[in-house]
Ligand binder design. Structure first.
Ligand code: LHQ
Length: 259
């Protein structure tokens, strides 16, 4: 239920339950986890591209296999988050490689919030982000209350989450929630080119940069200067730094290895 393909250093993970707009069932969670684990373990993977097949990106939790009319005990959704959603969200954020998300169509509920966990988000102009949770009596999850509040501030985060009104890709980009909205037919070409460019870059430094930016949320200015010092020390010892400076001095394109 998740297609996985490695080319040019980019591991493309494609959510693949198009009939259900790529809604999450347990199998898809586990398949995504496997893909993210490969991204972590495999040295040849230097960037990840996450997208969806068909006309949607991801419609969040599959509501079909949780039919309350069928009776039975009340579900433990806390456990569902803990076992299935949260590990994947943590893996995306802690991966020391860039994760690009190409939102090819509607992103609803946990699907919207998973996109926002990724490092660089491009969305098709026709795509929309829907904080659908309130429509079914739930609270936003998968980091949404964290991401939206930090990125947009309380006024917009609250309005989006309390009303579940769709947010079009263009507005999401204008508000700084995503990197950019792209013409539908250009989305995958542009996202692939971006991912390949990053994968061919000084990926050790890119990984450290991602960590630093994420640390800023909880660091004081002084702490952050210390973290930058330590990360720069590591980057300064990398082969890519030596190659980057050499290539500059030799007026040629650098050939980075991610080491
Ligand atoms: C779906 C779904 C879907 C199953 C479309 N499930 N089939 C975490 C922890 C544990 C439990 C609960 O939740 C969570 C986190 C969450 O993510 S909660 C939020 C769950 N998601 C939603 O509430 C979104 C539900 N979907 C929709 O509102 C619409 O489908 C959207 C706005 C995404 C798209 O609308 P349309 O473009 O009009 O498409 P559609 O509604 O016609 O959907 C197409 C098909 O996909 C349809 O099946 P059918 O057999 O009739 O063609 C839908 O039933 C199916 N589908 N989302 N989440």
């Amino acid at each position: 239920t998740v297609l996985s393909a490695l080319a040019d250093g980019v591991l493309t993970l494609t959510l693949n339950r198009p009939d259900k707009l790529n809604a999450f069932d347990e199998e898809m969670h586990l398949a995504l986890r496997e893909g993210l684990q490969r991204a972590h373990d495999d040295q040849d993977v230097r960037a990840v591209l996450l997208t969806g097949s068909g006309r949607g990106f991801c419609a969040g939790q599959d509501l079909g296999n949780r039919d309350p009319r069928k009776g039975g005990p009340k579900p433990d959704l806390g456990s569902t988050l803990e076992r299935f959603y949260n590990p994947n969200m943590r893996m995306i954020r802690s991966l020391s490689k860039p994760v690009i998300c190409a939102v090819n169509g509607v992103a609803a509920g946990a699907g919207a919030n998973m996109a926002l966990v990724c490092d660089i988000v491009l969305a098709a102009r026709s795509a929309k982000f829907i904080q659908a949770f309130s429509k079914i009596g739930l609270v936003p999850d998968s980091g949404g209350t964290w991401s939206l509040t930090r990125i947009l501030g309380e006024p917009r985060a609250k309005a989006l989450m309390l009303t579940a009104e769709p947010l079009m890709a263009e507005t999401a980009a204008d508000w700084g929630l995503i990197w950019k909205a792209v013409d539908d037919e250009a989305l995958m070409t542009e996202a692939q080119a971006l991912a390949a460019r990053l994968a061919a870059g000084a990926t050790l430094g890119l990984g450290l940069t991602k960590e630093l930016i994420q640390a800023a949320a909880t660091s004081s200015f002084d702490d952050q200067l210390d973290l930058e010092r330590d990360a720069q020390q590591r980057a300064g010892h990398s082969a890519d730094y030596a190659e980057g400076v050499t290539a500059f001095l030799e007026k040629r394109k650098p050939e980075f290895t991610g080491q």
